[in-house]
Design a protein around this ligand. Sequence first.
Ligand code: SAJ
Length: 406
Amino acid sequence: MINVIGLGYIGLPTALMMASHGVEVIGTDYNRELVATLNAGKTTFKEKGLDELFTEAVKAGIKFTDEYQVTDTYIVSVPTPYDKFSKKVDACYVVAAVKDVMKVCPKGATVVIESTVSPGTIEKFVRPVIEANGFKIGEDINLVHAPERIIPGNMVYELLHNNRTIGADDKEIGEKVKNLYASFCQGEIIVTDIKTAEMTKVVENTFRAVNIAFANELAKICRHDNMDVYEIIKICNMHPRVNILQPGPGVGGHCISVDPWFLVGDYPSLAKVIDESMKTNDGMPDFVLNRIYEIMKEKGMTDITRVGLYGLTYKENVDDMRESPTLQLLESQERHLANGLKVYDPFIEKEVVSNQYHDLDKFLNDVDFVVIMVKHNEIKENMGKLVGKVILDCHNICKIPGVYHI
Ligand code: SAJ
């Protein structure tokens, strides 16, 4: 039986996927409210295909509880935030979960860490916890790192089809865990050592962060000299070895805006390009705020309450607001002792910020200036409703004449 610890964005779909592929699974989370929701037959976040997968897994017998189980395999997928000051990974949740596993696990058990951690974290923080409980790693307890790669918005498909990495001290244990993941994963599964697996995961997200930062920097250069960044990127990408990403209002989510900082925190004198890239991306919400101010001045507008931000989530068609550029922009507005910007997102039903709307038409009725922060399908399908408004399109999706860009 597999005990999946942490039923969040990664743990829940992973647990459901295994259960629906014939593996006996019990999911554990210390959040009783979350466990109660799952036991009431409801999923805890919106994701394409997740409800169907949930139904299948429940039919197959998955159980949810707040208690750690006595079993032979544990998969730990709890959050790993970063320390805002040192930029280093904050492994406190992983450490706490492993400590709790140690209280119940029998000798011979395998502990798989799925949470993203920087290279060396397992060596420095997880091994000592296991040893402090009198276990000998490799003899009494097997330790494995199996970072995930799934993208919010397409998680179920990617869980099934992505290639995976398994890091283990012992090749045989690595192969055993590989077989467990192969119960559902149709991609190639590579077995390597733990530190390499830790590094690959962080490097993958860093690669994307640096490339997004490059696009954002180009947007700033082009704005400064009045050039069309989208036209330039389009032409450059016709070169066979160039593939520039798209600029945007910032980078959110719990991965690309977080993981690269681990490398900056651990290797401050070496990770220079990464450091600058993260600062460039983090500066984008402020850049958008400045653009709003410039455009208002140009249009002779003075009333900030007639300006509305479309989108609160960190990217399109998901309900995840973690580190979202819109929230960063609103914080920045507050820091400048201002407020009044209106906000609307079709995916956010809860009241999370002031001046928030829950209906597109009402929102549009109350603003003259719309800033497209997130390219949800809803706004693409309702573009006609923006005609006559001042528009700042941060994603180049609007074809209405006179639209402004970042
Ligand atoms: N973004 C841009 N310009 C682009 C592409 C993205 O500004 O050209 C922005 C998005 O709007 C968003 C942010 O970047 O705010 C990140 O979005 P994303 O869709 O690129 O990635 P995430 O954070 O949802 O998921 C990433 C994925 N990693 C990579 O693509 C290397 C996913 O595979 C990982 O599993 C996930 O991080 C994770 O958990 O680490």
